[in-house]
Design a protein. Structure first.
Length: 60
């Protein structure tokens, strides 16, 4: 647990704004891997297509 806290502290110190942590049995203990996150603007995403599932319908 202390290693996870140190990892998160290091990421936030480097101003990383989005962090997703997943445990994996496919990686060795103590090993970490970073991947790029495209955010909500991905081609085909609800945000990019204008079909937001969390957008309230306008009241008319």
């Amino acid at each position: 647990m202390d290693e996870v806290v140190r990892m998160l502290d290091a990421l936030t110190a480097n101003e990383v704004s989005r962090i997703k942590v997943e445990a994996s049995e496919q990686m060795e203990e103590g090993q970490a891997k970073k991947t790029y996150h495209h955010g909500r603007c991905d081609v085909g995403s609800p945000y990019a297509t204008g079909k937001l599932y969390d957008l309230e319908e306008p009241m008319c």
